[in-house]
Design a protein around this ligand. Sequence first.
Ligand code: ZN
Ligand code: ZN
Ligand code: FE
Length: 763
Amino acid sequence: MQEPREGRRIEIRGTVQGVGFRPWVYRLAQRNGVTGRVWNGPQGVTIEVFGPEAALELFLHDLSIDVPPAAVIHEVRSLAIPAVGHDSFVIVESETAGDRRVSIPPDLASCAACVSEILDPANRRHRYAFTNCTACGPRFTIAREVPYDRPTTTMAGFTMCPECQREYDTVEDRRFHAQPNACPTCGPRLRALAPNGEELASIDPITAAAQALVGGLIVAVKGIGGFHLACDATSSSAVTRLRERKRREEKPFAVMVADLAAALQLADLSSEERRLLVSVERPIVLARRREPSALAPEVGPDNPLIGLILAYAPLHILLLGAAGTPLVMTSGNLSEEPIARTDAEALERLRGIADLFLVHDREIVTRCDDSVARIIAGRPVVFRRSRGYVPRPVPVARPFVRPVLAVGGHLKNTFCFGVGDAAFFGPHVGDLDNLETYDSFVEAVERMQRFLGVDPEVVAHDLHPEYLSTRYALTRHGAEHVAVQHHHAHVASAMAEHRLEGPVLGVAYDGTGYGTDGTAWGGEILLARATSFERVATLRPIRLAGGDTAIRDVWRITLALLDDAFGGDPPLDALALFRDIPRKRIAGVRQMIERGVNAPAAHGLGRYFDGIGALVLGRGVARYEGQIALKWNLVANATEAGRYPFELVEAPLAVLDLRPLVRAVVGDVLAGAEPGAISARFHNTIVAATAAMVHLAARRAGRVPVVLTGGCFQNALLAERVRAALVPEFDVYLHGEVPPGDGGLALGQAVVADATASANAGD
Ligand code: ZN
Ligand code: ZN
Ligand code: FE
């Protein structure tokens, strides 16, 4: 007797394409003895299954566990349908009628199965640097066109050998439709090159590179999204040499290790940090450095954090295994330039930096730097969203009315496209202040546009007229241009990420952003919707003598703060910071401020971190932007509970006056208090003042959700304490996958521009 058959249609949404999802469903169906079909649609994956009730239940249960590592399931919907005749289970060709938005997945870190193959001497892929499968390997960075298929990738030139072809064609195989599938017989090859481009043919390239690294040399390594510069992270002389050659004085380098066990030798890692390190996105994870450790101090001079990354490509695993030491892995460029992508580019631009080049013939189409993330309040916050995340869409609550391009800001630029119910960020571009980076930006925008098959009708840009991104936006003729205020964009970005419709109270703290009054904002409380915002409170502005010069010569900010707080007569002679600064320079800076010449007013909270940090740490010059602010943050003694006074001047626009804090800090410094205690009190003051401003704003706006956004919220202590001060009275949202800093700006620009443009059109 036959059991009655039932039917179900299952819709799965999320990151389920290009990650081995359909073959996995196929295998589940085989295992549970159900029939039917599975296919990729524009929205995700659809399954129709038929079989006895009990088998269907088991199949549905299996669907919820053990999903392929790179798959992210947002939603599963199951619907009963009539049982029709299917005598097998099949994978159906993709529906092509829909849009092609989700067709290219991000690059995926090597899976455990592939890693064990390359380490197994009996396997045909033993020590093969281009091993991958449906669950892992390059994707976005090797795609030339859509749909994502082998002939449209840089693997097109490699014809699969019979064995690889059989894997590719066999639905039960781990490599069924793995587009970059390859083996030593048929796939890409490594080569080691001398700086003059000559191949070192007599030695295995991995061995050559490992020997060079162990010998203290610098090796340029062609990876997934571009070249890295590598050196032995335990060797002070190697790291110092890399710093000199790369012209990067003190900015910390990321360190790559083979596995979690090696990471634990270098940092104290929470369980969340461990999970993030091994995630398929494999970002650089910022964590507390272990003291002492084998790392050379020059890796991150004077910095308690370390950026750790686990090997994510077979090449890295082999290289780390052969070198037997953690490696500095920093982007292959001179400071400020885009990361090198082609062999020729690397040989030209990294000449004089690298002693050896480890290259290969699998071309990289799209540059994609390593992503950077940190655990804040127990959850990952992505600081730089690039390789591993891009081009995975960010779903938004309200679908975009028309396709939008948002060009992002100036520093740490990323752009984004808004199409349908999702936003697609491009890879990290970097600071748009040289031609190379600008060209790389334009190229990346245009490629992404082609991949998505959209023609943006709205182009969003920052309000700042001088940004190169703004100028690019204005070259896009035929589209409607919408200028979006910087902090409104930050707030809208957080709203979009958390699918909040608004209004919200946005706490937007950063270094600088162009305000509607032409001054630099950055200590803002905004009552915001997608279409508009009201500036409810801000920070008393300070003068930046010399503009951007003050961001490096931070003592200029300190001087402005002190003069303001002490009515022009601060006790400079008693402060260590000013001991070595010639009186003439001090007089010069004061003159600039008095005359208001090249001394713009700045409201940015980041500038207070710079200025007060410099004062207490006795260090007046930053080697890179934000160095002193970061140090000032990290020195805080978390057990200190005290705080300083502040004043909140209530007017239509409330102004937070921190002059009482400045005077109290000077008092503490003169009394010989510990910098760690002063920093904690400083943080606690900002937290209390923020809570006061939010409460003030809530009197007008009601208890609406609060979002914390802007680069200052990369500061874990600040973010966690502000959140703790407002919860549970308010629903408080931190950023997650969308960066709090300017790397997340484009999403907010897109949302605001879309809402504004459609509101205008409706008038
Ligand atoms: Zn794999
Ligand atoms: Zn092969
Ligand atoms: Fe910003």
